[in-house]
Design a protein around this ligand. Sequence first.
Ligand SMILES: Cc1cc2nc3c(=O)[nH]c(=O)nc-3n(C[C@H](O)[C@H](O)[C@H](O)COP(=O)(O)O)c2cc1C
Length: 179
Amino acid sequence: MKILAVSGSLRAASYNTALLRAAAELAPEGVSLEIHPLGDLPFFNQDVEEQGDPPPVAAWKAAVRDAEALLIACPEYNGGLTAVLKNAIDWASRGKPAPLDGKIACAIGASPGITGTVRAQDALRLNLKRTGCDLAPLSDILVGQAHTKIENGVLTDERTRQAIARHLASYVEIVRARR
Ligand SMILES: Cc1cc2nc3c(=O)[nH]c(=O)nc-3n(C[C@H](O)[C@H](O)[C@H](O)COP(=O)(O)O)c2cc1C
């Protein structure tokens, strides 16, 4: 199985992108993870859409459409999603069928604060639901105080690594059961 992975942060030293790199190492046997960059997506604009999806949008929508599994690293800005992630969701909510429709995704998130993106992940669940995509029924992975657990882009905290490994294993089981 291949998991399509996206990070809602464009920051080079992003904690959330670091979680995805850790997830790639911690994925169960036989499961690979491919990070799709979101930085090239233009802001959603219905006028642009009407002219035809620009190449980065077409590539993103095709990747979502083809994905059996989707892992979203969800940073929190002002209690909600980053514009980068919301924009990507908006693009992939368009079309008939919408690329996100019928998918089951899973989320992780990291922040230096104590609550570790809980508000953003709640918002993510609601936003995805509107597109026909569910978040898998798993306990949230909320990596608070990320600056103490991620060093030079590497997730070093062993408990968090184990939690991500368990999370991915449960998620993969859920996806396989839908086959
Ligand atoms: C505009 C802005 C708003 C933020 N709002 C929140 C917030 O509501 N909750 C939170 O835990 N962290 C917040 N932060 C801090 C981010 O969690 C922190 O910058 C984090 O490193 C972003 O994720 P990244 O490391 O993947 O880029 C905010 C940061 C920015 C730049």
